[in-house]
Ligand binder design. Structure first.
Ligand code: PHE
Length: 345
């Protein structure tokens, strides 16, 4: 019996050794260690053994089982490890292969200019306000001291949708809306960027759709000096410390007095050249002290409150800042144009 058990052990160990997959390893386990296996079979003959031999055989049988199952365990581990190795090898990424370059985009020049202007004014305590592009005639004109039939409406040829609705011609309706929300209580300190629309024929300096940024400050004791100081800071930050500004009298129905701001020409330094048309100055924006009618219509007491407002076109600012000669470049998305603004990002 001892002989038989030893033979079974040797036979099983050899089979285990030769197995190459987990399935047949499991078959061996079932075959040798299972209840119907040969070891159990041999042990059935135990009844014929003497009382001293029986425990010896039992111990031997246990040893044989232990040896086989130990070998199976070891083999199983080895096979599993090999399977993992194989999978890893098949999934290996060849990191020596040169990568494909990822194309990185950059901000549109208008976005850059608008964000720069926003940052500057946010730094001075302004909040960014927005309003609808499809606007009521009331906010676009009437609340800004431009009643129906007012000749100054001609300054801004408009796209009307109905009698009372139009595509806003400027961002000034946002000031009217914001003031109204403040219910007669200051301070109001906002900057409003956004798209505006006018019935213009597109050419190098005109577009039927363009951007504006409006600024508005309403509080007690706001003066023209505050407006000038603010615009001076803006011009120097945007165009360079060496730039001077000048305010020229102008007219807007919603401001009184009204001004236009020029900065000294960067090309000629004020001598006069083709860019500044020989004047040494370049027009940048319109501004003025908020008209008392506009304050009153929005619910502010114009005896107590004063304010200033200014409005500019970021396209124009970007054209001057980057030397762009045609406003249409901003809207045609020519990648060769846009790519030039990737620098410094
Ligand atoms: N809304 C004016 C325009 O589009 C610009 C402006 C804004 C002028 C605020 C004065 C004050 O022409």
């Amino acid at each position: 019996m001892e002989q038989k058990l030893k033979e079974l052990q040797a036979e099983a160990l050899q089979k285990i050794e030769q197995t190459e997959d987990l399935k047949s390893l499991n078959d061996i386990r079932v075959a040798y260690l299972g209840k119907k296996g040969p070891i159990t079979e041999v042990l059935r003959g135990m009844g014929q053994l003497s009382a001293e031999e029986r425990p010896k055989m039992g111990a031997l049988a246990n040893e044989v089982r232990a040896a086989i199952s130990e070998k199976i365990e070891a083999k199983q581990e080895a096979l599993e490890a090999a399977a993992v190795e194989k999978q890893l090898a098949s999934e290996t990424i060849d990191i020596t292969l040169p990568g494909r370059p990822v194309k990185v985009g950059n901000h549109h020049p208008l976005t850059k200019v608008i964000e720069e202007i926003e940052d500057l004014f946010i730094g001075m305590g302004y909040q960014v306000a927005e309003g609808p592009e499809v606007e009521k005639d009331y906010y676009n004109f009437e609340a800004l001291n431009l009643p129906k039939g007012h000749p100054a409406r001609d300054m801004q040829d408009s796209f009307y949708i109905t009698e009372e609705l139009l595509l806003r011609t400027h961002t000034s309706p946002v000031q009217a809306r914001t003031m109204e929300k403040h219910e007669g209580k200051g301070p109001v300190k906002i900057i409003c960027p956004g798209k505006v629309y006018r019935r213009d024929n597109d050419d190098a300096t005109h577009s039927h759709q363009f951007m504006q940024i409006e600024g508005l400050v309403v509080d007690e004791n706001i003066t023209m000096g505050d407006l000038k100081g603010t615009l001076q800071v803006f011009a120097k930050k945007m165009f360079g410390e060496d730039r001077e500004i000048r305010l020229r009298p102008s007219f807007f129905p919603f401001t009184e007095p009204s001004v236009e701001m020029d900065i000294t020409c960067k090309i000629c330094g004020g001598e006069g050249c083709s860019v500044c048309k020989g004047t040494g100055w370049i027009e940048i924006l319109g501004a003025g002290m908020v008209h008392p009618n506009v304050l009153e219509m929005a619910g502010f007491d114009s005896k107590k409150y004063t304010g200033f407002a200014f409005g500019m076109g970021p396209e124009r600012i970007a054209m001057l800042k980057y030397g762009i000669d045609d406003i249409r470049h901003f809207y045609t998305n020519d990648i060769r144009f846009l790519k030039q603004f990737a620098v410094n990002e």
